[in-house]
Design a protein around this ligand. Structure first.
Ligand code: HEM
Length: 147
């Protein structure tokens, strides 16, 4: 891990995570509405749903929960391994990560409205990309090992 979240970001994430999780279902629903406008991204989830037999609707909620522990990456290691393995199985690539950021952050804004400001959105953006880089790096190794 080459960098970590700033102290300021960790404080903002921890103070806003409960509110985001309280509205988790709404945020998740809104995120998928935004995400699935892109047929290529939607197809990745259709494939996953067929394989696992369930709708992958927990992704946004997991990201919200996950970000709360972004300052304790050691504790997240088993979860990172599981997610990376699932992402490899569903052919998730680095170029897919911006789509989730571009769906999740506006979804937070849509649902929480005036309760979020630029500072909160910037902190969540930083936390998302921090976790994304951890996953992308692990997935790169797993794809290389599988090749
Ligand atoms: C920081 C970013 C991300 C986090 C924290 C995250 C987290 C997760 C989690 C917790 C799961 C469930 C793993 C399990 O089965 O136990 C998952 C599965 C999945 N993720 Fe991600 N993810 C991220 C980015 C992405 C991106 C960018 C895509 C594609 C656009 C994606 C697509 C999927 C798919 C298709 C599944 C499989 C769902 C299923 O099992 O049916 N994820 N992810």
């Amino acid at each position: 891990m080459t960098k970590s979240l700033s102290r300021e970001t960790i404080i903002v994430i921890k103070s806003t995570a409960p509110a985001l999780q309280q509205h988790g279902v709404e945020i998740t629903t809104r995120m998928y509405e935004r995400l699935f406008v892109d047929p290529e991204i939607k197809a990745l989830f259709d494939l996953a749903a067929q394989k696992s037999g369930e709708q992958p609707k927990r992704l946004a909620a997991a990201i919200l929960a996950f970000a709360q522990n972004a300052d304790k990456l050691d504790a997240l290691k088993p979860a990172i391994e599981r997610i990376a393995a699932r992402h490899i199985a569903t052919h998730i690539r680095p170029e897919h990560y911006p789509a989730v950021a571009n769906a999740l952050l506006p979804a937070i804004e849509d649902v929480l409205g005036d309760a979020v400001d630029e500072r909160v959105l910037a902190a969540w953006g930083e936390a998302y990309w921090f976790l994304a880089e951890v996953l992308i790096s692990r997935e790169k190794t797993l794809y290389a090992e599988a090749a």
